[in-house]
Every structure is written in C-alpha cells, then in structure tokens.
Design a protein around this ligand. Structure first.
Ligand SMILES: NC(=O)c1ccc[n+]([C@@H]2O[C@H](COP(=O)([O-])OP(=O)(O)OC[C@H]3O[C@@H](n4cnc5c(N)ncnc54)[C@H](O)[C@@H]3O)[C@@H](O)[C@H]2O)c1
Length: 366
C-alpha cells in the first residue's frame, strides 16, 4: 500500500536536462532576470554557460564575476562567433529580440527567446520566419509551464485522473511594484503582456488552445502604469464543456499575509487545487503547493504531495532544459517559437477584446 501511495505521489514534474551538459550557452543581456533566475537555475542543472554580452559591458562583467562565467564579450558578433556557443539565451527588452534572433539564426545558432516573444504579432512571426529559414531551433522562456504545481497538474491530467477536464482557473491578488521596470510602466498593456501571458501559456500547455477570448482590464487609482493592472480573462475552448478563467489584481492594499496566487483545475473525475509559491512572501517566494482528489483513486481522499521548487528560479531550468534536449534529440521543443504564436494569438485576442469590449476569436489575429 505504501508503495502504491508513493507511486501516486510521484508526479514527475521536475525539469529534464540533456545527457550532454557540455552544449555551450551564450547569454545576451545581463539584467535582473538573468541574475536572479537564468543563472541560478542553470547552476542547479549543471549547464555550461560559456559567455555573456550586454550593451552595458559593466553589467556583463558583474554577472560574469559573480557566477564564474569565463567570457564577457564586447559585441554581439563576438558572442555569436564563439565556436563553443550553440545556444543563444536572450534576455533583453522584447523590442530588440527580432534583430538578435535574425543575427543568431544567420550564424546557425539555436535561440531561447524571452517572453513576450514579440511586442506585436508581426514581430513574433518575424522571429519564427528567421528560425525556419535558418533551420535552427527556437524556443521561448515561458517557464511557468515548468513550475512544479503546473507541471505536476499536467502529469495528473495526462494520467486521466481528472477524467474529462472542464475548468482551469488561475487567480492572483498581490501587490506588484511595477516601478522596478520603468519601461513596463510606459506600455499600453503591462499586465497582459508581462504577467498574465504566463497564465495563458500555462493553461495552453495543459488544455490546448482556446477558440475565443473575452477580456476586461481595469486600472487602480494612483497606479504608476499607463495601462491595466487588473484583468479578467475568460477562455472558451472548442465544445460545450471546457472553459478557462484568469483573474488578476496587482494592487492589493494590505500585507502579504492576505495575498493569494492560486490555481484550480476541475474535471468529471477529479479536482486539483494549488498555489503558485513564487508570489508568496515575494520576492523570496516559497515552494508551490498542490492537493488533488480523484474518484479513480479514492473519492474521499485528498492527496497532497510535497513539491520542491517554484516558478522563479527553478522553472527556468525547464525552458532551457527542453531546448537542450530538443537539440540533443533533434526534435522540436515543446516551448517552440511556433507553438508560442498560439499563446500570442490568445494574448492579442485578449488585448483586442479589452479594447473593443467583445469576444475575439483567435483566428482574427494574423
Ligand atoms: N520569463 C520571465 O518570467 C521573465 C521575468 C522577468 C523578465 N523577463 C524578460 O526578460 C527580459 C529582460 O528583463 P530584465 O528584468 O532582466 O530587464 P533589465 O532591464 O534588468 O535587464 C535588461 C538588460 O539587457 C541589456 N540590454 C538592453 N538592450 C540590449 C541589447 N540590444 N543587447 C544586449 N543587451 C541589452 C541591458 O543593458 C540590461 O542589462 C525582458 O524581455 C523581460 O520581459 C522575463
């Protein structure tokens, strides 16, 4: 019985890394996210970072010194030409990404792009076209797919323990200091483009792609952002039964003890409920939590496996690990730039829905 329970609790959620860990990575951009997440996650996975480049050379030097990276480069071409580097890991503001991908692809290097893949759908298509023309693999750093709670939920669904899945809900009520990213405060749709994009992609990784989106966005008195900081997104999937909900507020007025960041997935045979630990005690975070009940196992018993890790930084090993495995196995990565076009169609449909106050079909986004 004990073996049976421990088998049920093993939800195979941890990132996969390649057999060959010597594949060389070159990082473009040495900002906050590389320092806080990319490099700590790669250290956990034992990956091989060859060098780093930033237009502000001192940023690259600081990060290289802290993480023991051998090379800092003075130009992007120097990094792209380094023979040991096969993977270009991009972490700069999205508007610079298409040109960097085109230059990397022209030199036959595989790319891991940051999210959002493009600030416009046209930019994202430009990136996909560059990867396809050069025959290189392109992936996107939508790492919430690899957060322990989301990945474990995927395993539960794949094992059929929810039966037919009917509802996915992600609900967040926190206080986000957007002034940490001054450029985000200037854009039209900060919440959707830089936060809920993760929830859209995570739900897609579990349930597939919706056919239409209905969304509303609101501001909060005195907020620093130009655009919405509260969103409500309804996802309608093909058929009469499957729906998704994303409900986000970044203006919680009280202390962190009342914050929440939850997910709940329901089906005909079971329920999963959990928390996204990275947003608790932010920025320190805590481990994700998850409980599930399945009529197929025991209709009266909630199972609560202990998960290790969280969205930041551990899930960053998932996105890079998947690209490295795809290179090693010569297949497309799950988080491919092509797949991400569907996340962006959902995102831009939500934006249009907010702007025009109507449901927007994904096929309207071209
Ligand atoms: N996946 C996630 O969860 C996640 C989280 C945070 C940020 N991001 C993304 O990562 C990217 C960087 O975010 P950040 O918070 O590190 O920003 P940041 O401002 O802290 O760092 C950006 C760095 O890029 C450098 N840079 C800018 N343009 C460059 C160029 N053309 N070539 C080389 N270097 C350049 C800057 O000098 C800076 O050091 C953004 O696209 C952001 O959306 C993703």
């Amino acid at each position: 019985m004990e073996t049976e329970i421990s088998a049920l609790m093993d939800l195979a959620y941890k990132p996969t890394v390649p057999r060959n860990k010597t594949i060389g990575i070159g990082i473009v951009g040495a900002g906050a996210i590389v320092h806080a997440c990319h490099l700590p996650a790669y250290q956990i996975g034992g990956l091989h970072v060859v060098g780093i480049y930033d237009i502000e050379r001192s940023n690259a030097e600081k990060v290289a010194a802290e993480f023991g990276i051998k090379h800092t480069f003075t130009t992007l071409d120097e990094l792209l030409d380094h023979p040991e580097i096969q993977i270009i890991d991009i972490a700069v503001p999205s508007k610079f990404q298409p040109e960097i991908v085109e230059r990397a692809a022209a030199k036959g290097k595989h790319v891991l792009c940051q999210k959002p893949l493009g600030e416009s759908y046209a930019d994202a298509k430009r990136i996909v076209a560059a990867c396809e023309a050069a025959g290189i693999k392109g992936a996107v750093n939508q790492q919430l797919r690899w957060a322990p709670g989301i990945r474990a939920s995927r395993t539960i669904m794949k094992r059929g323990w929810l039966g037919e899945v009917t509802q996915a809900s992600i609900q967040v009520n926190v206080n986000t200091d957007w002034s940490l990213w001054p450029w985000i405060t200037e854009i039209d749709h900060p919440e959707l483009m830089y936060h809920s994009i993760h929830y859209i992609d995570a739900i897609r990784s579990l349930l597939g792609t919706p056919e239409y989106v209905y969304a509303d966005g609101a501001k909060f008195p005195g907020q620093v952002c130009k655009g919405e900081t509260r969103t409500l997104i309804h996802l309608k999937f093909p058929g009469d039964t499957l729906r998704g909900l994303i409900h986000d507020n970044h203006n919680h007025i009280a202390g962190q003890e009342d914050w929440y960041a939850t997910f709940r997935f329901e089906g005909t045979e079971g329920i999963i409920k959990g928390t996204n630990g990275a947003l608790y005690n932010y920025p320190v975070g805590q481990e994700d939590t998850l409980s599930f009940l399945s009529k197929q196992i025991d209709p009266t018993c909630w199972l609560t496996p202990q998960l290790e890790g969280r969205w930041f930084p551990h899930a960053f090993l998932g996105t890079m690990g998947e690209l490295l495995c795809a290179v090693e196995e010569d297949r497309e990565p799950e988080n491919s730039v092509q797949d991400n076009l569907l996340t962006l169609q959902t995102l831009f449909a939500a934006i249009r829905s907010m702007e025009e106050n109507r449901p927007v079909w994904l096929k309207e986004i071209r």
